[in-house]
Design a protein around this ligand. Structure first.
Ligand code: TXA
Ligand code: MG
Length: 339
């Protein structure tokens, strides 16, 4: 499929496709989104079909401006405190929905997830469409979210009406998701570039849903249904090494052979000479770079049949590293080894 670059003419055409009930992939500052009209059940069904996604996993509704939230959800003062600081930006807020949002978009829930992206192409497209746009990440269900147009083409070529290529996504991990629990309490359902530390400055109580850090028992339900699914994993197992960096390097080195993949940092690249494939996430302390590169790295391993296992370090839980931690433990199916 031919991609377009998102000039004004392309975006007018894309907006028309959305108004006619079609699907358009567009860049955002987090990851690429697979968009359709959020007021149209038929478009929502097409999105689920294109992704191969279970229809009980709700879609995020993207708006051009936070004030439009009022049309689609019941807001409160905490919502506006959060919106003023973080919208537009990489944050999604869950609120009680209004009837205009079909249940097919919210996976049958009486809440809706709202986000105002900051990427200029995304914002202009939403504005031109005149619609709220339902958009999950533009990957086949279960795979890492796409951070480059080539990832989208790999997963969705021929399954959507249009793909807009906006280059690499700035952040590279999906938005932070919070549920508003009252005037001064919220629950973090998925960590992202808007960090827990930042949210705590605005809100007295920030709870963290158990599904963010732990494997749930079969009878337990995460707040964000998507958090229960196996996610992000390449075709081979991922193993996370939990411990001091030098010790973790030694541990992996002892086990590395030509069927081993290693995800590490720039300073480690010459350590794993016996490994089949070594990929760096960037300089060791540069958490933004790790976030930016993670999904591309996981996709590189996914394409390699000779690699039977991938080792990576377990990130710490501060700032945006918490989001990298969350995606990696999901990719690893919670498999960690302590050194
Ligand atoms: O950065 C992002 O958020 C990207 C871009 C495209 O905006 N979108 C994205 O969407 O990551 P998706 O569908 O891949 O992930 C949305 C998550 C899922 O885990 C879903 O279960 C949760 O949001 N979610 C959506 N609506 C919800 C609701 N009403 N209540 C609880 N969780 C909800
Ligand atoms: Mg997704």
């Amino acid at each position: 499929m031919k991609t377009v670059i998102g000039n004004e003419k392309d975006l007018e055409r894309a907006a028309r496709v959305l108004r006619d009930g079609g699907l358009v992939v567009f860049p955002t500052e987090t990851v690429y989104g697979l968009g359709g009209n959020a007021l149209d059940s038929g478009a929502a069904e097409k999105i689920y079909a294109a992704k191969g996604r279970p229809s009980d996993n709700p879609l995020i509704v993207h708006l051009a401006d936070a004030h439009e939230a009022e049309k689609y959800a019941h807001t409160n003062s905490l919502f506006y405190r959060i919106a003023e600081r973080f919208m537009p930006g990489p944050l999604t807020v869950i609120l009680p929905k209004r009837d205009i949002i079909p249940l097919s978009v919210t996976g049958g829930l009486d809440t809706v997830a709202l986000r105002v992206p900051s990427n200029v192409i995304a914002r202009r497209l939403i504005e031109l469409s005149g619609l709220p746009i339902a958009a999950p990440s533009a990957n086949i269900s279960g795979k890492p979210s796409p951070t480059k147009a080539s990832h989208v083409i790999h997963d969705l070529d021929g399954r959507v009406d249009m793909i807009i290529d906006g280059g690499d996504c700035d952040i590279g991990l999906e938005s932070t998701i919070v549920r508003i629990d009252g005037e001064d309490a919220l629950t973090l359902c998925r960590p992202g570039a808007v960090t827990c530390e930042q949210l705590s400055e605005l809100c007295g109580r920030v709870n963290i849903d158990k599904a963010v850090t732990e494997k749930l028992a079969d009878c337990e339900r995460p707040i964000a249904p998507g958090m229960k699914y196996r996610h992000y994993a390449p075709s081979c197992p991922v193993i996370l090494i939990d411990g001091e960096h030098g010790k973790a390097v030694e541990y992996i080195k002892e086990r590395a052979d030509k069927h081993t993949g290693v995800m590490c940092f720039d300073c480690d690249m010459s350590e794993f000479l016996r490994a089949g494939l070594t990929v760096s996430l960037g300089a060791i302390g540069d958490a933004d770079a790790h976030a930016h590169r993670l999904f591309d790295a996981l996709r590189v391993f996914d394409g390699r049949e000779d690699i039977e296992r991938v080792y990576s370090f377990l990130p710490d839980k501060s700032g945006i590293s918490f989001a990298v931690f969350n995606r990696l433990i999901k990719a690893a199916g919670f498999h960690t080894e302590k050194v």
